[in-house]
Design a binder for this molecule. Structure first.
Ligand SMILES: [Fe+2]
Length: 276
């Protein structure tokens, strides 16, 4: 027990039938819940991993700040962490419940915020809608505004800090939701696993790719820690970066092969999973 691993890099493939052939194989890096305090080894490893990995899109699901009032420090650390990380289709982020809106109002941030809104990404002539709900300190977000204007039947990836947001979605409204908040349980004990998710989902869904209500949800174990001092540690639950490859349904993924273009140099742990 203890800090057995600093960083886990996990991979999943997700089949999305609504995704046109041109979007087949798009690779998303998902990272969450920095709770920035001091720079540490996990942040160095995660940054090195992102710089060495070929991904199309980098998506961040909130909780940059350790405490809401430390938003200036979070902004500085965010600029440092993402400096030079430039995926082909860009980096997008939402706030989490530890973040004040003032963080998203800072200039010169190294990515685009999604604040109860969506954007249409052009994937070689086909469209992937990327939506982000603002579930931050003092606000719970507007799901109708977040998903407004998206044509029926087109693929949507939703960034929502809370995994339980999936309970508010209609079947087929979102093809993949990316969330954080749980920290993977943060403290996971042998045989017992984690005890808390801090959200109304089962502890077995504290991290990983799951179906919650009618939506596929990837729950990131995140990077940082929170909570009162006796529990401000990760135990049996390393910080995490996840690489998600979207398959259009025109071909099944190879069962255990990782998609091309990724360096394994910075991968202390790799986990492959079948599509959910
Ligand atoms: Fe968090």
């Amino acid at each position: 027990m203890g800090f057995q691993q600093t960083l886990a890099v996990r991979e999943y493939t997700v089949t999305i039938p609504e995704l046109a052939r041109n979007g087949h194989g798009i690779r998303i890096a998902h990272i969450s819940d920095f709770h920035f305090r001091r720079w540490n080894k996990a942040l160095s490893e995660a940054r090195a991993c992102l710089l060495a990995t070929t991904c199309d899109l980098l998506l961040v699901t909130g909780d940059f700040s350790d405490l809401p009032q430390r938003w200036r420090h979070a902004a500085d650390m965010t600029r440092r962490f993402f400096d030079g990380v430039e995926p082909r289709l860009g980096t997008y982020a939402v706030l989490g419940n530890h973040d004040k809106t003032r963080l998203a109002e800072q200039p010169d941030m190294p990515f685009r915020w999604l604040r109860d809104e969506n954007v249409a990404l052009d994937l070689n002539g086909t469209t992937l809608h990327l939506a982000g709900i603002e579930q931050c300190y003092g606000a719970s977000g507007d799901l109708d505004a977040t998903l407004g204007g998206i044509p029926d039947g087109e693929p949507v990836v939703l960034l929502a800090h809370y995994p339980s947001t999936a309970f508010d979605l209609a079947p087929g409204q979102v093809q993949l939701q990316l969330s954080g908040h749980t920290h993977g349980g943060q403290i996971c004990l042998p045989r017992l696993g984690c005890v808390f998710t801090n959200d109304c989902i089962p502890t077995r869904q504290a991290r990983g790719l799951h179906r919650i209500a009618d939506t596929r949800v990837h729950v990131s174990a995140g990077m940082g820690v929170s909570g009162p001092v006796p529990f401000r540690y990760r135990v049996g639950c390393p910080a995490e970066i996840t690489l998600l490859t979207l398959w259009s349904g025109v071909a099944r993924p190879e069962s255990s092969a990782s998609a091309p273009g990724t360096s394994h140099k910075h991968r202390p742990v790799m986990e492959l999973a079948n599509p959910v």
